[in-house]
Design a protein around this ligand. Structure first.
Ligand code: FCB
Length: 464
């Protein structure tokens, strides 16, 4: 207990604190040093697909300002920094020769991080596919998985000596489902069959790249980052339950099941009429090779009826994108993953929220108390899971900087650091100060009056 009487929670020694970003969302410099256009460079040019009609041409200008960004991370006390590598900088043609000038940027970034005592935590694919490959079918083309493995090799040969954990993919669910089924993300297709095909080829890419990582950097660890959206039926009606099961399988089990040798969820594959045509002999063995760390991205829970996800009413605590703020679902998710799949180590690789940051006129300080509450209460859940034996290695807040939020453009502000898009000035918000203090203390005080989150709506499919 602290002086004020509120409980202080402390994390285990060595708990890793940091933040996450991705290449397309922050880098800018889309043609520098031989970089080719990605599917996102092309997608953002289409009319009506990005809410504010923006693109990634400048973004946070991180390619030019990375030294300042690393200095800021160091000032805040980060142990680790998760970023992604743009395939288009490294192998601009998608396949073929390595562009060493493009790799130089990541070489410099990694050295800058290591010199500042910050662990680089790179992801090889965070959605920005070389557009030349998208034109050949993108992830619906099996060849893309092999190209991904070759690109991985090019990166590892140059950077494999300085990175302890390699992450293959970020959120294959989003690539397959929002890219090829709903069309909200690049490449903007709307075909269930394409989505299923893409999902398998993404996982195959993970498996093939995993083999290369093991052989080129045998002392490093292999990781993948999956997103999870705990789902509860809106009512006891059998239709709502059936709909929730399909969504749970699609959103939460489709990738983690095959990773752990269970194959794709069979009933849901049948529901979608998938004939497994894309699955060749040996694929599932490659996909289920052991990983060392599972990265978990969690943002919100969803309530499901036969019509799909039920929008939140105004009484629900939610962020500016309408996602429910529900930390208890994170604790439930972590226990479920541990119980069902038991990956050797787990880490929160993304968690955060866009909130209406209030700038106080007198001091100019950016007051984002609701972001502080979000991060604090999710970390509290992580702490509870650790106490129950879940091997949580760390927490990386999304995001270090306000950035390009995909189809939403620059509207949602996820950063603990504000970016002024006119001047590119970075200004730490109050949450950055809070986070920095929590890192220094390896813990934080809980509020005397906890936030009252909604209880369960229906049975969670993560309880059994
Ligand atoms: C995740 C993405 C990340 C960011 C957050 C808000 O799905 O991995 O790039 O956009 O959502």
């Amino acid at each position: 207990m602290s002086d004020t009487g509120s409980a202080f929670i402390e994390f285990p020694e060595g708990f890793v604190w940091g933040s996450a970003t991705s290449s397309f969302q922050i880098e800018g410099s889309p043609t520098l040093d031989g970089k080719s256009p990605s599917n996102w460079d092309v997608f953002t040019r289409k009319e009506g697909v990005i809410k504010d009609a923006s693109n990634g041409d400048v973004a946070c200008d991180h390619v030019r300002l990375y030294k300042d960004d690393v200095a800021l991370m160091s000032k805040l006390g980060f142990d680790a920094y998760r970023f992604s590598i743009a395939w288009t900088r490294v192998v601009p043609d998608g396949v073929g020769p390595t562009n060493h000038a493009g790799l130089d940027f990541y070489d410099r970034l990694i050295d800058e991080l290591l010199n500042a005592g910050i662990r680089p935590f790179p992801t090889l694919y965070h959605w920005d596919l070389p557009n030349v490959l998208e034109e050949k079918g993108g992830w619906t083309n099996r060849e893309t998985a092999y190209a991904f493995a070759d690109y991985t090799e090019a990166v590892l040969e140059r950077l494999g000596d300085r990175v302890d954990t390699w992450t293959t993919l970020n959120e294959p669910y989003v690539v397959a489902n929002l890219g090829y089924v709903t069309g909200e993300m690049a490449p903007g297709h709307t075909s269930r069959a394409e989505g299923l095909s893409a999902s398998h080829h993404l996982m195959l890419g993970h498996g093939l790249a995993g083999e290369r990582i093991r052989s080129i950097a045998p002392d490093s660890r292999l990781a993948i980052v999956l997103n999870f959206t705990p789902s509860e039926p809106a009512s006891d009606a059998p239709g709502d339950h059936a709909a929730t099961q399909v969504i749970h399988d699609t959103d939460n089990r489709w990738y983690i099941d095959p990773l752990h040798g269970r194959g794709y969820p069979a009933e849901t594959a049948e529901h979608y009429g998938w004939d497994y045509n894309e699955v060749h002999d040996g694929d599932m063995e490659l996909i289920s090779q052991p990983i060392d760390l599972l990265g978990i991205n969690y943002y919100f829970r969803q309530i499901i009826s036969t019509d799909g996800a039920v929008p939140n009413g105004p009484d629900v605590i939610q962020n500016t994108m309408g996602w429910e703020v529900h930390p208890p679902s994170l604790g439930r998710l972590l226990r479920w993953i541990h119980r069902e799949y038991a990956p050797p180590a787990m880490m929160i690789t993304e968690n955060g929220c866009p909130m209406p940051d209030e700038i106080r006129a007198d001091s100019g300080q950016i007051i984002d108390d609701d972001r502080i509450a979000y991060v604090r209460d999710h970390l509290h859940q992580v702490h509870g899971a650790i106490e129950d034996g879940v091997p949580m290695e760390g927490y990386l807040v999304w995001s270090m900087l306000d950035n390009f939020e995909w189809a939403w453009g620059y509207g949602p502000t996820f950063g603990i650091v504000e970016v002024d898009y006119d001047t590119l000035e970075r200004r730490p918000k109050k949450s950055a100060e809070w986070y920095s203090e929590a890192i220094a203390a390896n813990g934080f005080a809980l509020p005397e009056t906890p936030v009252a989150y909604r209880g369960p709506i229906g049975p969670s499919l993560m309880d059994s």
